[in-house]
Structure formats: structure tokens, C-alpha cells
Ligand binder design. Structure first.
Ligand code: AMP
Ligand code: TRP
Length: 325
């Protein structure tokens, strides 16, 4: 299994429950490669200081929330040069028309009209290289990345058709998230880290802020604790968050807390959120305070990843007729 993540902004409770924690499980069941996609991040302009900090921060959040760098292979994309080398090669197996159809390219060129660069356009060929270097069977990603994985499959199949069996054709898996966490102020929307309101809990929020945001979460006036996402969306969201944090179901949680008042539900969610988030925050702070140690961890990850990546790249270059290999 393999997945890449682009660092942007501070992660939210939605990211924790929908991505960080589910990823932890993969390392126990699969040979799991996970990397910070820093070469992808530069397709929009980055401030050097923030860029560096964000890459470290993402690694730190992953480790803090449970990824074990001795068990999985955690690394930064730019530390393994085989990515860009294979990315260049795969550019020649990717059609302009295919790239023009990518919705992420269309969206990002709308958002960054002043900087529609070639990197943004050929981004999916690099992403295909990221994946194909490691022969994963499954690539867990959010729904928005499905199109890039489909293109990766097409590129792999095309290459295999010309040079013989070289790449494993991977498939996208969209993790079944226990909870699609909703905005606390507007439970019809998903909780988003780009929405800087009291409806989003950020993993860096302090205990007081987390408590305040959950207390202010919008509910209804029915004052009857049942799990009914259609008619009591705000309450259902709180029950889902609680259930995911404590490994139960929202139905069960509603039964346990049945009654005419929402106060106890909010209190239970606050306790569960703090119990999970505070230790993760402490671990995050410790990791971020020692960049030399993070460098160490990432260097080990890159060394492990390179073994596999370089082997694939060598095979590709031999098949294609490059000299020196
Ligand atoms: P994003 O923050 O949109 O870049 O998403 C990064 C990862 O977090 C993806 O795997 C998303 O599916 C997951 N994610 C983001 N927001 C939520 C949410 N509100 N609930 C559950 N998962 C989420
Ligand atoms: N494009 C992905 C995103 O925007 C990040 C990414 C880069 C990735 N390379 C990948 C994801 C390879 C999965 C596999 O989130």
C-alpha cells in the first residue's frame, strides 16, 4: 500500500479521524509506504520557511497520531530522487489530452490564474511515478484523487504494453471513514481545515478552545438524544465524533446517553476529544522541537524507500534501452 500527502495548512479533527488514524491501521496489515509530497507542493508558490515547516509538521502529525517509522516507510518525496527521474520518463507516456481532463488541474488553474505553470499541468505524471516505483496494489486516497489514480493505471498499462510487464497496475481505495466529520456550526458541510471558523477544530487548538468550540456546536431544539442524521444533523455529528473517538457506534452512543438533554453528550464528546488530542499534541510538540531527530527519521525512511524505488527505476531504464544501466 502507498499514499502521498501534500502538506497545506493545519490539520483538523476531520483529518485526524478521516485520514491520520485510519492510516495507522494500514501499517499493521500492509507493507505501507507513506510520503510527504513536497515536489507536488511547489506547483503553487511557497514561502520557503513555511514550506519547510509544513513538511516537517506533516511528518510530525503522522508520527504523533500513531505511524511508526520503524514499521512503515515514512519519507519525503524529494529525498528519493528516483521520483523525479521516473516522473520525467512517464511524461513521455502521458498524453496532453489526458492531463487537460484532470479536474485538479482545472481547479488549481482557476485558483492560481497568475501561475498556471507546466509543473501544475504534468503533476499527474509525477504522481504516477510516486506510485509505480513501489508496486503497490492499493492506494488509499480521498475521492478527489481517484482521477489521478485512474490515469496512473492507464500509464502503467501503456508502458507494460510496450516494454512488457514492468509496473503493478494499482487501484484506488477510498477508505470507509467511520465518520465524515461535519462543521460544528453548519452540520450540512464537512469540517474543513481551510475554513477558519469556530466550526472547525484544529489539532493545534488548546484544550480551552476545543472545549469552547464543542460547547458552541449547533444542535436542534428537539432535546431528545437519538441518532438521526436527517433530522438532527448537529447532534448526529457529535455522536459520530464521539463514537469514532471511543470505538463505538453512534447508535450505541445515543442509547447510552439517551435522555432529554444534550449537555451530557457535549460533555462526553469534549472528554473524548481531549483524551485523544492532547497526547497527540504533546508528541507533536516534542517532535517539532527536535528537527535533527525528525531529519534522522526521514533519512532512514528515504534510505528504505530508495532501495525499492531505485530497483524499479533501473528495471525501467534497462527495458527502455538507456545506457549506463
Ligand atoms: P484535505 O484536508 O481535504 O486535504 O484531506 C486530507 C485527508 O483528510 C483526506 O483523506 C480526506 O478524506 C480527510 N478528511 C478531510 N476532511 C475530513 C472530514 N471532515 N471528515 C473526514 N475525513 C476528512
Ligand atoms: N496528489 C495528492 C494530493 O493532492 C498527493 C499525492 C502525490 C499522492 N503523490 C501521490 C497521493 C501518490 C497518492 C499517491 O493529495
Amino acid at each position: 500500500m502507498l499514499s502521498g500527502i501534500q502538506a497545506s495548512g493545519q490539520p483538523s479533527l476531520g483529518n485526524l479521524l478521516g485520514a491520520l488514524i485510519p492510516f495507522n491501521q494500514y501499517q499493521n496489515t500492509h507493507n505501507f509506504y507513506v510520503f510527504m509530497a513536497d515536489h507536488h507542493a511547489i506547483t503553487v508558490r511557497q514561502d520557503p520557511k513555511t514550506f519547510r515547516e509544513n513538511t516537517y509538521a506533516l511528518a510530525a502529525w503522522y508520527i504523533a497520531s500513531g505511524l511508526n517509522p520503524d514499521v512503515c516507510t515514512l519519507f519525503a518525496q524529494s529525498h528519493v530522487p528516483a521520483h523525479t527521474e521516473l516522473g520525467w520518463i512517464l511524461n513521455s507516456f502521458t498524453q496532453m489530452g489526458e492531463l487537460e481532463r484532470m479536474t485538479q488541474f482545472k481547479d488549481k488553474s482557476q485558483q492560481h490564474k497568475q501561475n498556471i505553470n507546466a509543473g501544475l499541468f504534468t503533476y499527474p505524471a509525477l504522481q504516477a511515478a510516486d506510485i509505480l516505483l513501489y508496486h503497490p496494489h492499493e492506494v488509499p486516497v480521498g475521492e478527489d484523487q481517484r482521477q489521478h489514480i485512474e490515469l496512473t493505471r492507464d500509464i502503467a498499462t501503456r508502458f507494460n504494453g510496450i516494454y512488457g510487464d514492468t509496473f503493478t497496475v494499482p487501484k484506488a481505495v477510498i477508505p470507509k471513514v467511520a465518520a465524515r466529520v461535519k462543521d460544528l456550526q453548519d452540520p450540512t458541510k464537512k469540517m474543513s481545515k481551510s475554513n477558519d471558523s469556530i466550526g472547525t477544530i484544529f489539532l493545534l487548538d488548546n484544550a480551552k478552545t476545543i472545549e469552547k468550540k464543542l460547547k458552541k456546536a449547533v444542535t436542534d431544539t428537539k432535546e431528545n438524544v437519538i441518532y438521526d442524521p436527517q433530522n438532527q444533523a448537529g447532534l448526529a455529528n457529535l455522536l459520530e465524533i464521539y463514537a469514532t473517538l471511543t470505538n463505538t457506534t453512534p447508535q450505541q452512543a445515543a442509547e447510552d446517553m439517551a435522555g432529554p438533554q444534550y449537555g451530557p453528550v457535549k460533555k462526553a464528546v469534549i472528554d473524548a476529544a481531549l483524551t485523544t488530542i492532547i497526547p497527540i499534541q504533546e508528541k507533536y510538540q516534542t517532535l517539532m522541537a527536535d528537527k535533527a531527530e525528525l531529519d534522522n527519521i526521514l533519512a532512514k525512511g528515504a534510505a528504505k524507500a530508495s532501495l525499492k524505488a531505485n530497483q524499479t527505476l533501473l528495471n525501467v531504464k534497462q527495458k527502455m534501452g538507456y545506457t549506463g544501466v
